[in-house]
Ligand binder design. Structure first.
Ligand code: SAH
Length: 468
């Protein structure tokens, strides 16, 4: 069984620091079910490929052990596809051999663990019970482009039809730790073999490695059920815990509207922000625009009033916010012509979404600070990697300014659902990374009254890319 991971960002050999494996050496690791070999098939500055070759010992696997629930009988225990296909054994090997990379640690290049890199993972043989459609439904929402080769059962007997086996390449601009977590969880899901033992701690493993992406994955139920090998009681526990760990988007949105507005009211800051965003969109000549994380639709209202915007789309993860937006915009009472200009979509910005493709510009007003680090990375891929509007206007609080608000205790963020608030330097650093990783140019400016030392309350970045 072979997994390869290729990095094409110069210096590509940084992959060695991330995996904690020296490209110049071949290493072997003994595992309970065989051996894992790690080597590099290429290690050049512009392209570097690490390989994890699993040598599963089918005899060792069954020796002296009673396999629970194996209906295939003795022969099936020895003669099966286990040595050749990607299965839970590969996940175990990833965790043991690339453990530091999986948990996002790098001794020599700690900053690299947070960088989204152009990576390709290739799985030589994946059994996918559920077919090509299922493979795509698992990986595409996470932002990967898939290249699949479906193998027929036997070259000599094409009439026997397709096998459940695929060669799969996943390509995306992702953090290595995310790629490994996705593989760790989803490979056993694809395999769906029933006779592999599942212990109670598998729920913890699933939740740990699914942190930041599984709770909002459209296929989360199928993933939990298959990962836990149809142990329904465990799958129920996992799904309940997933939901409990994720804040209710509706509750978040409503309290946001009240709290943050109260703090910022004295400045009329929200109005200034919307004015600033609107003028950027207008000056850039955008006609088809997205408002991502549109909330109750205050920017949408302004966009509608301006005839230069021909097609307006608001998207939010909160159903409740979208309902309020629809009411405030009087969607029901609109003339058919006006109604055609605007669409409200329910969706999460952390998943690749074809509905967001092909727009001139996107506004992301006071949204990113609600995303934790893993979701922020997914958001970057979705917006700058896939949807790729020509212009992105993004605003977020400047944390340094918070000392200015007497009502805000020292060190506190403006809203309890904010996962972070950036200083000016942190925001610049993040924006520069977007420039480097996704080929956008950025300009940063301030919104609201500027104070010496601490700057202005809101920071705005305008990203533009050369796509015509
Ligand atoms: N842009 C609006 C609302 C800002 S509040 C305004 O300026 O008034 C942040 C909004 O982001 C909320 O409506 C919240 O529901 C939404 N949001 C948070 N996480 C999201 C996600 N992952 N996908 C889509 N919307 C999200």
């Amino acid at each position: 069984m072979l997994l390869t991971i290729t990095n094409t960002q110069t210096p590509a050999t940084d992959l060695g620091y991330l995996l904690h494996k020296n490209p110049a050496r071949r290493q072997t690791f003994p595992l309970a079910f065989g051996q894992a070999h790690v080597f590099y098939s290429e290690a050049r500055p512009e392209r570097c490929t690490a390989a994890l070759l699993l040598d599963v010992d089918p005899i060792g696997l069954v020796r002296g052990r009673k396999r629970p629930g194996n209906e295939a009988g003795l022969l099936g225990q020895y003669v099966n596809d286990r040595p050749y296909v990607a299965s839970s054994f590969l996940s175990v090997a990833i965790a043991q051999v690339f453990g530091s990379a999986l948990s996002g640690r790098s001794k020599e290049r700690p900053e690299l663990t947070e960088a989204a890199l152009p990576l390709t993972a290739q799985l030589a043989v994946v059994p996918c019970r559920g077919g090509e459609g299922f493979l795509k439904r698992l990986f595409e929402p996470l932002g990967y482009t898939l290249t699949l080769q479906h193998h027929i059962l036997d070259d000599k007997f094409p009439e026997w039809g397709d096998s459940p086996y695929f060669t799969v390449a996943l390509q995306g601009t992702v953090r290595l730790r995310d790629l490994l977590s996705h593989l760790y969880v989803l490979i056993p899901v694809l395999d769906d073999e029933k006779h592999y033992w599942v212990g109670d701690d598998e729920v913890d493993k699933l939740l740990r490695h699914g942190a930041g992406w599984l709770a909002t994955h459209p296929e989360r139920e199928a993933i939990a059920k298959r990962y836990l090998k149809h142990r329904h009681s465990l799958a129920r526990v996992a799904l309940t815990r997933l939901v409990e760990d994720t804040p209710d988007p509706d509750a978040t949105e409503q309290s946001h509207a009240q709290e943050e507005v109260a703090i910022e009211k004295t400045l009329g800051l929200h109005e200034q922000r919307l004015d600033a965003v609107l003028s950027v969109l207008k000056e850039g000549g955008a006609k088809r625009v997205l408002d991502l994380g549109c909330g109750e639709g205050r920017l949408l209202q302004r966009l509608l009033k301006d005839k230069s915007f021909e097609e307006i789309v608001g998207m939010d993860v909160s159903h409740r916010a979208l309902e309020i937006a629809a009411e405030k915009l009087h969607l029901e009472q609109m003339s058919p012509r006006q109604r055609e200009r605007i669409k409200l979509l329910h969706g999460a910005l952390t998943y690749r979404d074809k509905r967001l493709n092909g727009y001139d510009a996107a506004a992301v007003v006071e949204v990113v600070e609600h995303l934790g680090p893993a979701r922020l990375a997914a958001f970057e891929r979705v917006l700058f990697g896939f949807a790729r509007p020509r212009t992105v206007v993004l605003t977020t609080p400047n944390r340094e300014y918070n000392v200015h608000w007497e009502t805000l205790p020292a060190g506190k963020l403006r809203h309890k659902d904010h996962r972070f608030e950036w200083t000016r330097a942190e925001f610049q650093g993040w924006a520069k990374n977007i420039e480097n990783n996704y080929g956008y140019a950025v300009q940063i400016s301030n919104i609201g009254p500027e104070e010496p030392e601490i700057g202005a309350p809101t920071q705005m970045a305008v990203f533009t890319c050369g796509r015509s």
